[in-house]
Design a protein around this ligand. Sequence first.
Ligand code: ITT
Length: 192
Amino acid sequence: MKFVIATHNKGKLVEFQRLLEPMGIQAVTAQLSEPEETGKTFAENAYLKAAAACQETGLPAVADDSGLCVDYLDGGPGIYSARFAQPGQRRLTVLKKLEGVAEEQRGAHFVSAVCCVFPNGDRVEAEGKCFGRIAFQSRGENGFGYDSIFEQDGVTFGELSAEEKDARSHRGHAFAAFEQKLREYLANQQKT
Ligand code: ITT
């Protein structure tokens, strides 16, 4: 089964490939346009990206819309995680906004909404979350995006191996649920 991965984020791309491969999916890339993320939810934006990629390539397309939701920032940056500060400034901006905020008030979670759109218009969707805190400073070189400032049990995602991150991350959870739903969808397709 060949799916096109609808993302322009290199960090996500690496994770998509390693999460989709064990499902027996051949994950390919393509030159894709970047649709405007006009949705009001992660799920709506994931659908917009997957639908555009499916239309452009004629292949089933998988996208994720994801982000960091910080309790102290009323759930922000949330769906605006890729847009609320300049590239290279995003982690620092979150850390600055939480300067002087005590550990108990630094709760946060990541969300990943995954959507696969098929050429016949069908879609399979799943969502995953993981909960933790915003660290006091950036730690760890692994991963991407906000990984080095998001910690669980005192360890940031930037300090985890790829396998460790997948086992506990929002995207790992979302793809596990997605795999289940995809299997059900494909089994139903074979019946009809
Ligand atoms: P695509 O839309 O092309 O997939 P994007 O980077 O714009 O790429 P989003 O709109 O979903 O993707 O924005 C997600 C933001 O949240 C982006 O800034 C990511 O770096 C960050 N993010 C998402 N998942 C993350 C993860 O697992 N670890 C760290 N940061 C993450």
